[in-house]
Design a protein around this ligand. Structure first.
Ligand SMILES: *Cc1c(COP(=O)(O)O)cnc(C)c1O
Length: 390
């Protein structure tokens, strides 16, 4: 029998044992527990829409109209009106013919990749892609070729070198979840054309963040028609939960018939579809939300860089402060929690060994005064642990 106790002890010994904290969100940027109120700098709630009155009302109205659960998978009990409407609007937002909802972003990636790719196929995947892409690749039974992070000459080399009897797919995060940098989509699309490969982009952290109206990575580069599948989520900037695939009508019809995580799972609850629709509408009606988000991110990032902290200089609201080892990341997280700020320490296996970090995320709803205070506290915590220059 598996020795659970020994395995758990090993995690403790390596300082990578994880536990779940309990917090209540009071508003979009503040959480509390029995001790105190915290400033939240760890959430992917980029636009602060989780607590927007219109979004909350839409969720409540959806429950009143359609009940609490959808009762079955979409292919058995059908789609309710809200799910259909959300798919139509998401497709329009992403500049595609159609879209399909999944219950989570994780399930979207696993379902899409394993449906589209098979035994004789080859997937080219960025080394820092999200775990759900990694799992989708494994489930597909395709040969998986990992290229160095955002390294287009490495990708070109591998495309030329690896024989393929079937289909090729290049898959990448649009905005990388732990580093906050952006995939070089123009080069990826060009290589895909040269090698007749399909392309898939995961916009979990790009929707509501990148592009003129927050439509994501393809829109940011003006390359919507060149991407085979734009995957995205409702769980981050869109303030609820769920994932989706956006693409041509044919691709979506194929997924309806082949994606097992879509077929064999009960459809999103009406409240989620209602909230998702309202959040999307807020985003589309208020492009200033995306500008505010980017201004807040720029402000905090510049404060931390000016303080001499080892910040990965991303262009997105994900601001990683590299500590290198797990211990420093954990100590800094605990110190900041004592100060009243929640920031996650990110450790292996989420990031490569030796690249542990604090992952700070900013939202459009943060107040600049509070960000200024947070920057001072982060700097203090870093100095007390010997991190950053004097
Ligand atoms: C969060 C995330 C997912 C998973 O989305 P969920 O809706 O949380 O399941 C997929 N890909 C990336 C890049 C993510 O950051």
């Amino acid at each position: 029998m598996k020795n659970f106790a020994a395995e758990i002890k090993a995690l403790h010994d390596r300082q990578i044992y994880r536990q779940i904290n309990t917090y209540q969100m009071i508003d979009a940027c503040h959480a509390c527990d029995e001790n105190k109120v915290y400033l939240m700098l760890a959430s992917n709630n980029y636009l602060g829409l989780t607590h927007h009155s219109k979004v909350k009302t839409a969720a409540i109205n959806a429950v009143t109209a359609y009940g609490t659960g959808s009762g079955g998978s979409r292919l058995t009990t059908g789609a309710n009106k809200l799910q259909k409407e959300l798919e139509t609007k998401l497709a329009k937002f992403k500049g595609t013919e159609a879209s399909l909802l999944f219950n989570t972003g994780y399930m979207a990636n696993v379902g899409i990749i394993s449906a589209v790719m098979g035994l004789n196929d080859v997937i080219f995947s960025d080394e820092l892609n999200h775990a759900s892409i990694v799992d989708g690749c494994r489930l597909s039974k395709s040969r998986v070729i990992i290229y160095r992070h955002n390294d287009m000459s490495h990708l070109a080399e591998l495309l030329a070198a690896v024989p393929c009897r079937g289909q090729r797919l290049i898959v990448t995060d649009g905005v990388f979840s732990m580093d906050g940098d952006i995939a070089p989509l123009p080069d990826i699309v060009q290589l895909a054309e040269q090698y007749e490969a399909m392309t898939m982009i995961d916009d979990a952290h790009a929707v509501g963040v990148l592009g003129p109206n927050g439509q994501g990575t393809a829109a940011y580069y003006g390359l919507e028609p060149k991407v085979t599948i734009q995957m995205g989520t409702l769980s981050k900037a869109l303030a609820c939960e769920g994932g989706y695939a956006a693409g041509s009508r044919q691709v979506i019809d194929y997924l309806i018939n082949k994606a097992r995580s879509f077929i064999f799972s009960t459809a999103l609850a009406p409240a989620t579809a209602g909230a998702g629709l309202a959040a999307l509408e807020e985003l589309q009606n208020h492009p200033n939300l995306v500008m505010q988000l980017n201004e807040n991110a720029k402000y905090l990032r510049n404060q931390l860089i000016a303080a001499g902290l080892p910040v990965i200089n991303s262009q997105t609201p994900i601001i990683p402060v590299l500590t290198g080892d797990e211990q420093t990341a954990l100590k800094m997280m605990h110190k900041l929690k004592g100060d009243g700020i929640i920031i996650s320490a990110i450790r292996p296996p989420t990031v490569p060994v030796g690249t542990s970090r604090l992952r700070i995320t900013v939202s459009a709803a943060h107040d600049v005064q509070e960000l200024a205070w947070a920057a001072r506290m982060i700097k203090q915590a870093a100095r007390s642990l010997g991190l950053g220059e004097e």
